[in-house]
Design a protein around this ligand. Structure first.
Ligand code: PLP
Length: 446
């Protein structure tokens, strides 16, 4: 039960005490109790419509994050059993987790590593990206997408996006190809697959490798095929906001046994893993054949990942339900555009990115965002264009070269979406978006 009150100072608020009655309140604060009795319902609805950022009552009492992991007893049991066993790091659970992911995606090989960033680094290393090479990446993504190109001493070349799905545009890729281009890292932004066939065709024509950065899209499908088998290499992330988690973790998927061997060596210091097999384990010798890293993922984390995989189908279904509920409730608003799926594509709905129609609003994205946060909706923005970052500025990148990405960035807001969200949480987000949209909607036609 909620109690509305007016304090001595004349401020409006609500009581937290579930057991509070008007009689009890009278003994604590008679002034408030009298004011409450006088308050009529029209007063209350006025209060509800007032934006929290302007002193009104927030739609929710507690902050709803934009994304969050879901850990259950099965997950805890799986981790606990590893802690009771003989291996903490590379052991049977790494292999079991790799199998769980390849079974789900249909990829032939999977190499589990310590993070999604390590997966991208390993993928580019496995195809010998080197100084002097150029790798085409989207102008908007998480910074790991292009940092991994720099790790190899190569040059990230940012391409503009398609306006609809906010994915890298095949036409823009084409424009960026030079004799130095060696690869493309294509991100399935927000979980929506890129135009993979078009990208593949360009890559084939110019003999380029395509790395699918599928950190957002485990479980998405493109023309009926799973993300994970669409390009030469696929990188996944198991960070807690992603579809399933290992705490930190990542994986590289491929169909090529030689590439798979290189990836396994790279995650283990560049050590030749066939050495011991050839010598039947009867020697202390080992050889380092490339400059690798320690990118191993512990058995502890992989046991969690395998347990999480059991739940992935149900969680994808829940993400789709939430996206459908948002689309149903919000697509009539002329102040925002909701995301849609392109034909032949099924998004994995990692993010739900709406775009503001700024010419129909009296405020900018910054104010709209702050108003939603004040309503206790944990909105976010994914992502600031990578070439705008200070470090990239120091490398010579300048704003202004990616008109679609840069214009769309100014309109983007990510609404919460994660499987543990309740229907009430979804309703709260809808109510808050409608409340803020209504308060800031321009009354004159643009
Ligand atoms: C999360 C993410 C990564 C990196 O994953 P980590 O596991 O956090 O290292 C790479 N690319 C994209 C698009 C991501 O969202």
């Amino acid at each position: 039960m909620q109690f509305w009150f007016v304090s001595r100072g004349g401020e409006l608020g609500i009581f937290d005490d579930e057991a509070l009655t008007l009689d009890k309140l009278e003994t604590i604060n008679p002034v408030t109790a009298i004011a409450m009795k006088q308050m009529d319902t029209s007063n209350k609805s006025q209060l509800e419509n007032q934006l929290a950022i302007e002193g009104g009552v927030p739609v929710r009492r507690t902050l709803l994050p934009y994304g969050k992991q879901l850990i259950d007893d099965e997950d805890r049991k799986a981790v606990d059993s590893v802690l009771r066993g003989d291996w903490l790091t590379t052991g049977p659970h790494v292999k079991a987790f790799e199998d769980a992911i390849t079974d789900f995606t249909g990829a032939k090989h999977g190499v589990a590593v310590s993070t999604g960033t390590a997966a991208l680094h390993a993928a580019l290393h496995s195809v010998d990206i080197a100084p002097g090479d150029e790798v085409i990446v989207p102008a908007i993504s998480f910074v790991a997408t292009s940092n991994c190109v720099l790790y190899m001493g190569a040059k990230p070349v940012f391409a503009d996006l398609q306006k609809e799905a906010l994915n890298i545009s095949p036409e823009e890729i084409q424009k960026k190809i030079t004799p130095r281009t060696r690869a493309i890292v294509a991100v399935d932004f927000a979980g929506h697959p890129c135009d993979h066939d078009a990208i593949r065709a360009i890559a084939k024509q110019h003999s380029l490798t395509v790395v699918s950065d599928a950190a957002h899209s485990l479980g998405a499908t493109y023309k009926g095929r799973n993300v994970g088998v669409l390009q030469d290499l696929t990188a996944l992330s198991f960070h807690p906001v992603k579809h399933i988690t290992t705490g930190e973790g990542g994986m590289v998927l491929s169909d090529d046994i030689e590439i798979d061997k290189r990836l396994r060596s790279f995650r283990h210091h560049g050590i030749d893993l066939d050495f011991h097999k050839r010598n039947h384990g009867q020697t202390w010798q080992y050889d380092v054949v490339t400059l690798g890293f320690n990118y191993r993922i512990p058995d502890i984390n992989c046991a969690l990942g395998t347990a999480q995989m059991q739940k992935l189908p149900g969680w994808l279904k829940r993400r789709r339900e939430i996206a459908a509920a948002y689309a149903k409730a919000l697509s009539d608003l002329d102040t925002i555009d909701v995301p849609t799926e392109q034909s032949g594509c099924e998004s994995a709905w990692h993010l739900y990115v709406v775009r503001l129609n700024l010419d129909r609003l009296t405020v900018g994205r910054k104010e709209f965002f702050a108003a939603l946060r004040a309503e206790n909706i944990g909105v976010n923005v994914h992502y600031i264009p990578i070439p705008w970052m200070s470090y990239y500025h120091s490398l010579g990148y300048r704003p202004g070269d990616w008109p679609v990405a840069e214009a769309e960035y100014e309109r983007m807001i990510s609404l919460p979406i994660f499987p543990a969200m309740t229907d009430q949480d979804v309703d709260d987000v809808v109510a808050a978006v409608k409340k803020v949209s209504n308060a800031y909607r321009s009354r004159t036609n643009p």
